[in-house]
Design a protein around this ligand. Structure first.
Ligand code: ADP
Length: 605
């Protein structure tokens, strides 16, 4: 620009130095005055352009001011797209707006504007001798009577963003000073356009990053696959203001894509469940080959399938992948030509990745839900079966025990040592089996929520006595029980509490094989609670194994315990029963020194 101004000054200087006739000098002076007026107009317009924040504002200023700079009936700003493959015409004068190529898109090398962009140089042309004559553009201008053109590239220091074009109905209407002016304004417009584009881009990216984040958050929290597709299409279309968004899923078996969600302008035309063959059309192709297609002019894309209702001009289809397999297609369409730029591709690519992750999660969740349902059904079957078997075990076992006990009462049989021994074994083992059946039945009932409780006021002494009576003591053990006076009643289900206490007392005996004292104590624990404890002097429990004992099938892992038969169910049942009574159960123990099992119950009165 500096060079240009210097050249202008030297031209005027040389004109002054020449001894020109007065008339010519007057004309030259007039021209110089006109030129300096234009320079100040140029400065004014430039200042206004400097204040703009959008392309629209720049266009508005040019529409109202450009006529003050250069004479002519026609003026247009021809702007390249981001990929520089095409330019769009924006008329700045009244005549321009009546021309049918206004707002049309042309290849970047079409017409004189294309020539100027490609050659990056200003040019004066007589419309009849254009080096690049386009029937639509130059032809259209000629029809309107335009005879001469002046064009300049819109150039910043680093790139060309388009071309500025002036046209006049006079022949040879433009001269060198006009070229200087148009070059200066062109440079200024290009810089301003670049500035607003950068600003716009930064704003757009920022907004898009925020939106992508929000959408991604919403998508990854949806686990219902159908709902996921619907919200994805809606969120993407509404938030990014896309003309039309569709999501297709891939049906590998049928070798088709199926429309699963739709939001936008074509919703009423394409039915949910609409199918298209894999490989067919843009969407089918993307689904088959897993690569994105950006068709900014669908008529030029051989894969595009024209559909009657469509006014689509641009389409962008992106594969949705899970573990590298295409599971769907995210498809965006627009009625405008060149509707999508690289930012759209980046945004939709990111969203389709998120969608892939969300689909993966939802699929896993659904599989898990199905498996879980099947497991629950199986578990119920198993519980029902175990319940039935355990229940049916009890009657024959009682008969076996009863028969063996009756035989033991017969003198001729009981007097025989062998008979007596065998019968005692039968009674013993049948009792164990019966206990196991009882425990198993209780467990299946607890797990299926079928264990019923009958709460009433329970006399603690009766409860303790009942529990003791059901435990088989050996003469190596001494049993004591002590019940404090103000701990005489609890609220509870007598038979379940008896079962729990009996279990603890029976363990106390079982796990003190060398014998010793078994003390049962019931004391006043707090205003509302009574504390039961069952203490023995048996093998005790190592500290690190105490917590797991109340779990199902859990036993202390030691040689001593391995020698004592047990199923690991009793303490779990105890805990369930105490829990159902609103109490707590725990154990205090030292290895080799015995154990104290304690539990609390609500006071009866
Ligand atoms: P089982 O006695 O049939 O194995 P329980 O659920 O009643 O099942 O007990 C679980 C485990 O807790 C026992 O296997 C045993 O290792 C330990 N245990 C329970 N009571 C005592 C006790 N009084 N002394 C030592 N260990 C005990």
């Amino acid at each position: 620009m500096k060079l240009m101004v210097e050249k202008m000054a030297s031209d005027w200087q040389s004109a002054k130095n020449l001894e020109l006739p007065k008339e010519e000098l007057r004309i030259l002076l007039q021209e110089a005055q006109g030129f300096s007026k234009k320079i100040s107009t140029l400065a004014e317009i430039s200042l206004k352009i400097d204040d703009t924040v959008s392309r629209k504002e720049i266009l508005e200023i040019l529409q109202s001011e450009i006529g003050k700079l250069i004479e002519g009936e026609f003026c247009s700003l021809n702007l390249l797209n981001a990929k520089r493959t095409h330019f769009a015409v924006n008329a700045l004068t009244q005549m321009g707006t009546t021309l049918n190529f206004n707002h049309q898109v042309f290849n970047a090398d079409e017409g004189m504007a294309g020539w100027t962009i490609q050659n990056q140089t200003s040019v004066f042309v007589d419309i009849a001798t254009c080096p690049s004559f386009n029937e639509v553009i130059e032809g259209g201008l000629r029809e309107k009577g335009i005879k001469s053109l002046l064009l300049t590239p819109l150039r910043t220091s680093s790139e060309v963003v388009g071309a500025l074009c002036f046209g006049s109905t006079h022949s040879d209407a433009y001269h060198t000073p006009d070229k200087w002016i148009i070059q200066l304004i062109g440079f200024h417009i290009a810089s301003a356009l670049r500035r607003v584009a950068m600003f716009d881009n930064a704003q757009k990216r920022l907004a898009q990053i925020e939106l992508v984040n929000t959408i991604a958050g919403k998508l990854t929290s949806t686990l219902d696959l159908e709902q996921l597709f619907i919200s994805a299409a809606e969120l993407i279309q509404k938030n990014f203001n896309y003309f039309d968004v569709t999501i297709f899923s891939v049906d590998r078996e049928a070798q088709e894509v199926v429309l699963v969600a739709h939001s936008g302008n074509y919703v009423d035309f394409l039915p949910h469940g609409y199918r298209q063959k894999l490989g067919e059309g843009i969407v089918g192709w993307v689904a088959q080959y897993g690569e994105e297609i950006t068709a900014n002019d669908v008529s030029a894309n051989p894969r595009y399938l024209a559909i009657a209702y469509h006014h689509t001009n641009s389409e962008l289809a992106i594969p949705i992948k899970v573990d590298n397999e295409v599971v769907g297609v995210l498809n965006v369409e627009d009625s405008k030509l060149y509707a999508f730029d690289e930012t759209d591709v980046i945004v939709l690519d990111t969203l389709s990745d998120q969608l892939g992750t969300a689909i993966h999660n939802a699929t896993l969740y659904n599989e898990l839900k199905d498996t879980n349902k099947k497991l629950l059904e199986l578990d119920k079957l198993k519980s029902d079966f175990v319940g039935i078997v355990s229940h049916d075990f009890r009657t024959p076992l009682s008969s076996v025990m009863l028969a063996a006990k009756s035989l033991l009462k017969k003198e001729q049989i009981a007097s025989d040592r062998h008979f007596r021994e065998y019968l005692n074994i039968i009674v013993d083992q049948a009792a164990k089996l019966s206990q196991l059946a009882e425990d198993t039945l209780t467990i299946t009932k607890v797990e299926s929520g079928q264990l019923s409780y009958y709460f009433k006021l329970v006399n603690v002494e009766t409860l303790v006595k009942e529990a003791i009576s059901m435990v088989k003591f050996s003469n190596k053990h001494q049993l004591n029980y002590n019940i404090e006076l103000d701990a005489s009643f609890v609220k509870g289900d007598q038979s379940k509490l008896r079962q729990a206490l009996q279990n603890l007392v029976s363990n106390a005996v079982k796990y003190s094989p060398k014998g010793g004292k078994v003390d049962i104590a019931v004391v006043n624990y707090s205003d509302e609670e009574i504390l039961f404890s069952v203490c023995d002097e048996g093998i005790g429990i190592p500290p690190e194994q105490r917590d797991k004992l109340f779990q199902k099938f859990s036993r202390v892992d030691s040689a001593e315990v391995n020698n004592i038969k047990g199923s690991g169910l009793g303490l779990w049942i105890c805990r369930e029963i105490i829990k159902a009574h609103g109490g707590r159960i725990w154990v205090e123990s030292e290895s080799g020194l015995g154990s104290k099992f304690k539990f609390t119950l609500k006071k009866g009165s």
